[in-house]
Design a binder for this molecule. Structure first.
Ligand SMILES: Nc1ncnc2c1ncn2[C@@H]1O[C@H](COP(=O)(O)OP(=O)(O)OP(=O)(O)O)[C@@H](O)[C@H]1O
Ligand SMILES: [Mg+2]
Length: 160
């Protein structure tokens, strides 16, 4: 059974904390899809994840920031952070070697990943962000697959 839960954030700080607590639980190979309203907090949430993963180095920021890669201090790839907002067709996914990067042994975070449903991996956690008012955000979190269900359960245990 795929679990789902709605979380609330009443401030930017809370969103950063939610990202940080998830980041501390993520393992290489985990995939997190971020979708929802423009300016809802997907990128700030990801900043929290980066902190929670203990990452201090941004490695490369190629192709107009469609993909930013993060390494640990040993120079090993830890996280691919995609933002597919500006992409218009599935062919453009090939231009950035989306699938090649998804196969890398790293945490994968994909903003606007829901734009290309044919590209979804089998097991992923999805978080849909909704702007409630200036400060408040609703986050609909859904686990798709065995690993994501475990991840969600652990995360709820941490952030409850
Ligand atoms: N509770 C909150 N959580 C996250 N951001 C908040 C919150 N309250 C206010 N904000 C503001 O909302 C904005 C969120 O911007 P952010 O770039 O993270 O959104 P985004 O979802 O990545 O947008 P885009 O769809 O353009 O990629 C920031 O300006 C932030 O200060
Ligand atoms: Mg963003």
């Amino acid at each position: 059974m795929n679990a789902s839960v709605e979380l609330y954030s009443e401030s930017l700080e809370k969103t950063l904390e939610l990202g940080e607590s998830l980041g501390a639980l993520l393992r290489l190979g985990d995939v997190v899809l971020l979708s929802g309203d423009l300016g809802a907090g997907k990128t700030h949430f990801t900043k929290g994840v980066v902190k929670g993963m203990g990452i201090e180095t941004e490695a490369t920021s190629p192709t107009f920031n469609i993909l930013v890669q993060y390494e640990n201090q040993m120079g090993s790839l830890m996280l691919n952070h995609f933002d597919l907002y500006r992409l218009e067709s599935e062919e453009e996914l090939d231009d950035i070697d989306y699938f090649g990067h998804l196969e890398q042994e790293a945490v994968q975070i994909v903003e606007w990943g829901d734009k290309f449903t044919g590209a979804l991996p089998e097991d992923y956690l999805s978080i849909s962000f909704k702007v409630v008012d200036a400060e408040e955000r609703a986050l609909l979190v859904e686990a798709h697959g065995a690993r994501s269900n475990i991840l969600l359960e652990a995360w709820l245990g941490e952030s409850a």
